[in-house]
Write a protein that binds this ligand. Structure first.
Ligand code: S3P
Length: 170
């Protein structure tokens, strides 16, 4: 089976939904941030601190090049994967792209205070809506399937995505 990529904003539930879907679809599961961290032997926050956002984005593209050359893998992507043209082309060419949609308010409620997202360090209540607005059309245009997550449990979201994939909406 071609890869399945979950994209969407921080806090959309990509990792939780992704792990469930991978199990149900009998695919390998890769959390892209975790894969980058393992390869770099540092956390995402440390990479941003040492190499800046551009350094992190380079590692992200390298990771995606590797993943997109394979198959049978369900990938929970980092929220910023859609920023680069090359990444969007790789995603689209190598798998089914699923956009898990979340509002900025809900995303903030889910990730608030975990200190793990450098792009939300500081005034997260202002940063999150602006960042989401700038990315929304990129998520939508890259996706084969768009799924709302608001008011749904990860199990409900995963079930709906599974149905959509099986109906070939991907
Ligand atoms: C980012 C999202 C994070 C991580 C990094 C940058 C972004 O992943 O890749 O902090 O640009 O939205 P999650 O979406 O898994 O939080």
């Amino acid at each position: 089976m071609r890869n399945v990529y979950l994209v969407g904003f921080m806090g959309a539930g990509k990792s939780t939904v992704g792990a469930l879907l991978a199990e149900w679809l009998d695919m390998s599961f890769v959390d892209m941030d975790a894969a980058i961290e393992a390869r770099a032997n540092s956390t995402v926050a440390e990479i941003f601190e040492d190499a800046g956002e551009a350094g992190f984005r380079d590692l992200e593209t390298q990771e995606l090049r590797l993943l997109s050359s394979g198959s049978d893998t369900l990938v929970a992507c980092g929220g910023g994967v859609v920023i680069r043209d090359e990444n969007r082309t790789l995603l689209h060419a190598s798998g089914t792209v699923v956009y898990l949609r979340v509002t900025a308010g809900e995303a903030l409620a889910r990730v608030r205070g975990d200190g793990l997202r450098p792009l939300l360090a500081g005034d997260a209540a202002t940063l999150a809506p602006a960042l989401l607005a700038a990315r929304e059309s990129l998520y939508e245009n890259t996706a084969d399937i768009t799924m709302d997550t608001l008011g749904r449990t990860p199990e409900e979201v995963a079930t709906l995505v599974l149905d959509a994939i099986r109906q070939g909406r991907g």
